[in-house]
Design a protein around this ligand. Structure first.
Ligand code: 8IG
Length: 276
């Protein structure tokens, strides 16, 4: 399905109806009627898919209504159905649409709404991000405890007032720390991107209570909460945020840090998913 035919680009479309259509197509293509948990795997987290269970179906995202194949290096454009050792089914989303791509918030949160429509009650959101705490060396996974949304956008339309207290479930964070007691946590600040922050913007993020800077997860978490899912958020710190380290940021270095951390964080995520 090319971008021009994406049903979400029609302003008159109901995004929840498109999500239900997408879930029906996923059921058809995977042979799995209902998924229990969904995971979005961001930069560095891709290896987890192979560690959490047996992949029973892989679907190119472009075959599912509302999705488009991702154009960003390091983001694979597939949806996978995985049978967990417990017998539960996981939907793994390897096709994230970022806000900076400019296709609108409906496209950004479509994967989350689709996950909810497949039946998932837990949404695991992962990303690669910049760290503001100096002791977070590249390759450190951290739990997201809360977020600050600096995109000036929302996936909610109209007078839809949704409570975001405990958005990143305390219960799930404690469960994750039960598996790795060394896991630190922090407040995720979503910028619009795609440029990285200036050092002054990173100091602002720090001053307002942020610890992690990224370009993806906050908008998705809001949509997941609207859909009634319980949310677990993980950032892989692939770089220190601009100005925290004296070195400039490069996308190649970010990808390399993610690659190096893959086996460790993949194993961590597999254990967490097994315990959900
Ligand atoms: I990977 O330093 C990655 N994603 N905004 N800032 C922002 N997003 C990021 C960064 C970063 N590193």
């Amino acid at each position: 399905m090319d971008a021009a035919s994406n049903p979400l680009d029609d302003p008159a479309a109901d995004p929840f109806e498109v999500a239900r259509d997408a879930a029906a197509r996923i059921a058809e293509l995977t042979g799995v009627d209902r998924h229990d948990v969904a995971l979005t795997l961001g930069s560095g987290w891709g290896a987890a898919a192979d560690l959490i269970g047996e992949t029973t179906a892989t679907v190119p995202a472009g075959e599912v209504p509302g999705f488009s194949a991702s154009g960003v290096a390091g983001h694979s454009g597939t949806l996978r159905s995985i049978l967990l050792p417990s017998g539960a089914r996981a939907l793994v989303i390897g096709a994230r649409t970022h806000f900076y791509e400019g296709h609108g918030v409906r496209r950004v949160v479509h994967s989350v709404r689709t996950a909810a429509a497949t039946g998932a009650r837990v949404m695991v959101l992962t990303n690669g991000a910049g760290g503001i705490k100096e002791h977070w060396t590249p390759g450190t996974p951290v739990l997201i405890s809360d977020h600050i949304n600096l995109t000036a956008a929302s996936p909610l339309e109209g007078a839809t007032f949704i409570d975001l207290t405990d958005l990143y479930s305390r219960r799930l964070r404690e469960l994750a720390r039960g598996i790795d007691p060394a896991l630190d946590e922090g407040v995720y600040v979503q910028f619009r991107g795609p440029h990285y922050e200036t050092p002054a913007e990173v100091q602002m993020a720090k001053a307002i209570g942020g610890h992690i800077v990224g370009m993806s997860t906050a908008l998705e978490a809001i949509a997941a909460r609207q859909a009634g899912m319980e949310i677990l958020g993980f950032s892989l710190i692939t770089n220190l945020a601009a100005g925290i380290s004296p070195d400039p940021l490069s996308h190649a270095e970010v990808l390399a840090a993610g690659k190096a951390a893959e086996p460790v964080i993949g194993a961590l995520l597999a254990k967490v998913v097994a315990a959900l």
